[in-house]
Design a binder for this molecule. Sequence first.
Ligand SMILES: Nc1ncnc2c1ncn2[C@@H]1O[C@H](COP(=O)(O)OP(=O)(O)OP(=O)(O)O)[C@@H](O)[C@H]1O
Length: 496
Amino acid sequence: MPGEKRKRSLLDIDFVLRRVFGKTSFRSVQREVIEAALEGCDVYLQASTGLGKSLTFQLPAVVTDHGTTIVVSPLLSIMANQVEALTAAGVKAARLDSTITPQERNAIFKDLECGHPMLRLLYVTPELCATPNFRAKLAIVHKQGELNRIVVDEAHCISEWGHDFRAAFKQLYWFKCEFPKVPIMAVTATATHRVREDIIRILRLPPPPQLQMFLLSTSRANLHYEIRYINDSINPLDDILAWLKGVYQRKKDMDIRDSTGQRHTAVSGLIYCQKVTALQNLCIFPNLPACQRQTCEDVAKELRAHGIGARPYHAVLNNEEKTDTTQNWLLSLPGYDIIVATTAFGMGIDKANVRFVVHWECPMSLEAYYQEAGRAGRDGNAARCILFYSRESRDRAAYLLNREAARGANEQAESRMRSFQALVTYCEDTTTCRHVSISRYFGDTEDPVCDFACDVCKDRSAVAAAKRSGLAAEEWVSTQREMNAESFYGGMVDYD
Ligand SMILES: Nc1ncnc2c1ncn2[C@@H]1O[C@H](COP(=O)(O)OP(=O)(O)OP(=O)(O)O)[C@@H](O)[C@H]1O
């Protein structure tokens, strides 16, 4: 970008922040990242969930008065939500994926080839970037001097050591080979040291100072992390009901004092449950104890029976039901305070006031847990992240991972198992601050300050006692596993 224009862009960023994005000030390093992008640098940005990383590539794309930014994203839902929000803000943005019509696709291609594309941001999948047709279109845009920047969102998907490896991401090295002068911006919340090295190497990002690295702490100070130790005979439902009722009561008491008049049950939350429907459940886990057979449907129904506005969300619902549930939850409507969902829910969904995220059972990796828990408290206010951990659910998750590895269904089995082990260590540990454990896993340079925002820092000995009384003994679990494999794994052994 010529000097004068660049200076003007730098002056315009505060105006665009307010006018287009409706924000009053920049958060954290947003300004520095945006300035580096506008200076034409390649950028690596690693920062916590919910920090506002999207703005750091969206704003430069808008403030530059010509040209297009290509955003490579792994998930259609993320693409759809970002394009919708940008369009609502009056920004010309589109996505090229399987969901658009041939007419829409042609219109996008026509715009790209016209010499002065109107599209400021074009969201694409990594698979599309590997196709000769799309590459040829980009070559035209580049030749016309209108290819401003390539953004690789969720860049950890590039690494086989990452938790969400996607083979097509590895082909993105093509951008630097073909367009060496077009800056690349790689963005992620969840990269370990090894994954970070892979991202930089595979994308062929240049050394500093052309590459500007922004490595921020993964810590989310406003999240309160806690583990609740259980075993197969304990149903998390009773615990959650008691906790929720306590929250509502405290809100009710405060409302009376403050006369705010706000609905005291308006506490937005997400409960992650592994299982989908009773049918699927019965097929896979026919012999599990009742509480372990709970599905999204069951949990939502139980909560509703206690007057709590909970709705299920899973793959078997039809699109209309899914949209209805999501929209009403986003609007915080009565009856839609809590979504009980499989982990597929939440990708790309940005709801500011989620006050809690509960994991009903053991998640499959520390990265997945950090990302899912990170959907709480995106407004910066305090939020709770509760994980119900049992050794039986740990072993069932490990069994599934091993089975997947044995079937050769996933070549990244080893790294998935390593990340799962990290999650188990995190759960079993009763002496290290939860924020510190997460930060160290991601290789943050400094330990975060917790300020009693986790169960360990609040009361270490109570956590140790809860673990002793809540978890089944290792000996018992291993005996059950060996002696009663079929009922322990709920028929999964037969299922093979
Ligand atoms: N400067 C700002 N002031 C106020 N809100 C902001 C600012 N920047 C971003 N936000 C808001 O922060 C929220 C999170 O932003 P975004 O979705 O970009 O997060 P993210 O860093 O990509 O997180 P994740 O990795 O979890 O997806 C959004 O609602 C966004 O509008």
